[in-house]
Design a protein around this ligand. Structure first.
Ligand code: NAD
Length: 476
């Protein structure tokens, strides 16, 4: 801890997983902390309208899908009655419990919480415009950490979000279960919410402009998801864009004109549309022009390895500084920025930021993907362990998964890990640890993994570096 910590005044702008983590850590180091956010309690998009409500709904989707799939094991359930009001209340309860808990943790740390929007006036002063109206409050600081996150991007060909045209925020509110839903964008949000609405009973059409779902992720992982999604949703249209979208005059549906290769039915009418075509940084309206902090052409605040902007007193972290827009990246950056403020020589240099798409099956990866390895010059070897050879996967009736490692063939170092299958989001943590620790294939191979679990797929993938693994004899 810095000797003068108690005299350091830190203001954190934005109370999402980046901002509240920064505020808590700074307070724990003894600094005087003010946390500014329009919401009553900390949480940000992640807790109020992102990760947490979507995972609550995905849990319900999983229950519904499992009861359906249980027929294969001889269990036949009647189709459950879905009480949407109760579902919404339960999901809201999860959110309130967590945000309430964060508010309590914040109070215990003596953090001053201001509810409103911050605007920088000069490099060491900002004003807070109260969410409830009233007079602005001036806050002087030694250091500020901007963690204002991102918001959904919109489609130029579409009317504004509202009514039957939803973004992720309105889709998570779950006003109803529409008869049909057209999802624009086959990325993280589009696929997670397609999974939710399809399980609840909507007829879902996914429209993706590139030639595959989850652009950027390895195709062999995505293929497994695509195959299963094809059974759950009504259509997946690749290489397709929205040319026009209009809400019907009676407000009962949306007419969408599509443009794509081999498009046989270019006009669709659906009950609702979800636009999930990426997110934009919240860097406007912050008064950054009154400081030396700069944004790039896409609006991301530019920072150095210590997360410091061009204005030495102002740091920035999370979605507002760039991809990947993931909560856990933001909270890690929070720690770096606070440590730098405390006088440490910390730097943001992760070797592996895990990405997880919480679909069914889940897709997760970290470190070097095979796709990026192919585009680079570094030698690499890919080790695959198909879940068809996993006893645990067979007992779960989910043998279609895959675990893969990207390894340096000269040093055996694990450079990347990719997994598709139920629980991939939990399994990937071992991969992230292996990469950060500089583990070699033999380290994973020689680590005793519990049997019968899906974690063995990581060990057995590593075994294939040296030849066949116990349960898998790769074709030569
Ligand atoms: P995304 O970048 O993951 O996906 C957007 C998709 O929309 C891409 O596949 C893109 O090709 C497609 N697209 C863009 N314009 C289009 C158009 N006009 N017509 C059809 N398709 C179009 O973005 P997202 O799904 O909106 O999510 C935003 C961010 O939020 C992600 O980058 C992710 O970091 C974060 N997020 C993470 C999680 C998670 O960690 N599980 C969940 C949700 C969101």
């Amino acid at each position: 801890m810095a000797d003068n910590a108690a005299s350091i005044r830190v203001v954190v702008v934005g109370a999402g997983p980046g901002g509240y983590a920064a505020a808590f850590h700074a307070a724990d180091l003894g600094m005087q902390v003010t946390l500014v956010d329009p919401e009553e309690a900390p949480g940000g998009v992640c807790l109020y309208r992102g990760c947490i409500p979507s995972k609550a709904l995905l849990h319900v989707a999983r229950l519904l899908n499992e009861t359906r799939d249980a027929a294969e094991c001889g269990l036949r359930f009647t189709r459950p009655l879905i009480d949407v009001d109760q579902l919404r209340t339960w999901k809201q309860g999860v959110v309130s419990k967590l945000t309430g808990g964060l508010a309590q943790l914040s109070r215990k740390r003596n953090i001053t919480q201001l509810h409103g929007r911050a605007k920088f006036i000069e490099p060491t002063r900002l004003v807070v415009i109260p969410a409830a109206g009233g007079a602005e409050q001036s806050v002087e600081f030694d250091f500020a950490i901007v963690s204002t996150g991102s918001r959904p991007a919109t489609l130029p060909a579409a009317p504004a979000i509202g009514g039957r045209i939803m973004d992720s925020t309105s889709a998570l509110e779950l006003e109803d279960v529409p008869k049909s839903l057209l999802v624009v964008g086959g990325g993280y949000i589009g696929l997670e919410l397609s999974t939710v609405y399809a399980a609840l009973g909507s007829k879902v059409t996914i429209v993706e402009m590139t030639n595959g779902l989850l652009p950027g992720a390895d195709r062999d992982l995505v293929d497994v998801l695509h195959k299963r999604l094809r059974n759950d949703v009504s259509e997946i249209l690749l290489n397709t864009r929205v040319a026009e979208m209009t809400e019907s005059p009676d407000k009962q549906g949306v007419r969408v004109k599509l443009m794509g290769i081999d498009m046989v039915e270019p006009v669709r009418t659906c009950s609702r549309v979800l636009v999930s075509v990426g997110r934009k940084p919240n860097s406007e309206g912050l008064g950054l022009e009154n400081t030396r902090a700069k944004t790039d052409a896409r609006g991301f605040i530019q920072v150095d390895g210590q997360r410091r902007t061009a204005e030495p007193t102002i740091f920035a972290i999370g979605d507002v500084v760039g991809e990947p827009m993931l909560a856990h990246k933001a909270s890690h950056e929070a720690r770096v920025a606070v440590e730098v403020i405390a006088g440490k020589s910390s730097v943001f240099e992760p070797q592996a930021i895990p990405a997880v798409v919480f679909t069914d099956p889940e897709v997760a990866w970290c470190g070097l993907t095979e796709t990026s390895a192919l585009a680079g010059t570094r030698p690499f070897k890919v080790l695959r362990f198909p879940w068809g050879a996993s006893g645990r996967a067979a007992t779960l009736a989910r043998s279609d998964g895959l675990t893969k490692l990207v390894v340096d063939p000269r040093t055996e170092r694990v450079l990347g890990v990719g997994i598709v299958g139920p629980g991939a989001g939990e399994l990937i943590a071992e991969g992230a640890l292996a990469i950060e620790m500089g583990a070699r294939a033999s380290d994973l191979k020689l680590t005793i993994h519990p049997h019968p679990t899906l974690t063995e797929t990581v060990m057995e993938a590593a075994e294939t570096f040296f030849g066949p693994s116990t349960h898998y004899f790769p074709r030569v």
